[in-house]
Design a protein around this ligand. Sequence first.
Ligand SMILES: *[C@@H]1O[C@H](CO)[C@@H](O)[C@H](O)[C@H]1NC(C)=O
Ligand SMILES: *[C@@H]1O[C@H](CO)[C@@H](O)[C@H](O)[C@H]1NC(C)=O
Length: 338
Amino acid sequence: MSIWSIFLVLQGIQSAISVHHSLQYIYTASSGIQNFPEFVAVGLVDGNEVMYYDSNIREAKPKQDWMKKVTEDDPQYWDFQTRELFGTLMSFINSIEVAKKRFNQTGGVHIFQNMYGCEFDDEYKEVEGWENFGYDGEDFIALDLKTERWSAPVYQASITKNKWDNDKRKMAETKYYITQTCPDWLEKYLEYGKNSLKRTDFPWLLSLLQKLSSSQVSCHATGFYPSRAEMYWRRDGEEIHEDVNKGEILPNNDGTFQMSVDLNISSISSNDWMRYECVFQLSGLKDLVIKLEPEKIQTNDGKFSYFITIIWVTTGGAIGLAVYHLCLWRNCGWCYKY
Ligand SMILES: *[C@@H]1O[C@H](CO)[C@@H](O)[C@H](O)[C@H]1NC(C)=O
Ligand SMILES: *[C@@H]1O[C@H](CO)[C@@H](O)[C@H](O)[C@H]1NC(C)=O
């Protein structure tokens, strides 16, 4: 277990003004990956890992101190989670075998994932919920709440789609869970964890980094919380999109986040450099700005490619690819580091 740790890769950089909160669960069943638990479940509140379960430990565990408070209201909480997740584990190990058959696969590395949850806006209380399944890094089947149907982008999922579309009870239960039960729990968790979840940490520095022999200058901020930050490049005071690559928001080990946004400078003449600056915004606080100036650029790519590099170097080959996909599937908000 100890060689595994979980990394969050947060999705959707949304408006920094209204405050959204989310509760999401991600289940991952895998086959053919050595030393990797067959089944892993994580729970995330606002992108913070709050619950962990895997097929080796077979016990649901709190990952934040404040999550221990749930037993004050519900003493059976962790036992109940443990029992439920054992059922899920059995069904997911079966699902991966079914998926392999449908794709005519016998061996190799395979990953079956389920991600569901809900999100609301502090102000409007508008609730959004989702549930979708992925197989080997691709969408497999997803709930469309509006039409109350399942959508299956691959034909291997059509049997499942037909079965689930005709299962009115399953639909009603799923809908109830993600639109009622999930937001209720999210409110409870936000209350338990308010001191830690509702804090704001501001990055103390923006840095400009450039990899050797690269035409991209990366603007990098680290140490901020919550994760819903906005970062962009502007020219003459206007936000620009061309020649800009937004990176993902990644977690640091201390519960804060980092992010970066790259600017391709190959077609910018050196006289024009001073027109460019990078801006970081976090929940209505004063913007952090850094101008594009040669003397501010550090040519140090350490921090930056760390995440992907580690995966490729230590796992390599097919497993590297699978794990890499695992991270990227719909920016699921979470992935493994070996
Ligand atoms: C799987 O194999 C069967 C029998 O050989 C074939 O009819 C089917 O088209 C194959 N399916 C896929 C997804 O390759
Ligand atoms: C930067 O822009 C140049 C010219 O448009 C292009 O050839 C190059 O591939 C770009 N670099 C990256 C890393 O996108």
